[in-house]
Design a binder for this molecule. Sequence first.
Ligand code: PRP
Ligand code: HPA
Length: 177
Amino acid sequence: MSMPELVPVLSAQQVEEIVVALGQRISSDFGEKGGVAVCVLKGAFVFFADLIRTLTIPVEVDFVGVASYGAQTESSGNIELTKPIESDITGRQVLVVEDIVDTGATARFLLDYLGGFEPARINLCAFLDKRERRNHAVRVDYSGHVVRDGFLVGYGLDWNGCYRNLKGIHRLEQNNP
Ligand SMILES: O=P(O)(O)OC[C@H]1O[C@H](OP(=O)(O)OP(=O)(O)O)[C@H](O)[C@@H]1O
Ligand code: HPA
């Protein structure tokens, strides 16, 4: 099998501009009450670290772990909670932070899981909002960039554990010899 090609989609500069704009909107909507920002591991960790530093409101952070893709580019559909939330989010304003919403299965699972703790408000923020394969009803309240298709890597997004460290977003294209 030949090496996959990386096609640039968003530069590091574009990524930064998107994050700053999202941080301003979230700060203004959540207001001085602030809330709990929940990072969805592993993919969102890079975006999360940048986003929370643009927020101008009181914010606590927590982490949840889920896995479904493994080494595939297609979701297995079996979402596994690998790390539960630790904070008490009942009655709080909660922001769930994802790197990408694709089929929506992971986000749906998490919104249902976290919603069960009865937060005062729960909103979903995703750096990438990929709608073509969406087959679960989820509302992305704060969407950084809408993409039509392709498998994206970089800025926390991986394929088979690789490419999370890239500063921009790239589309992975498999070259056939
Ligand atoms: O909308 P969906 O089709 O559910 O896809 C989105 C999810 O897939 C990726 O996670 P993955 O399971 O690859 O784990 P990772 O975050 O550890 O990379 C990504 O980080 C999202 O959580
Ligand atoms: O396009 C993607 N890239 C990386 N991980 C993903 N998980 C769902 N969709 C994607």
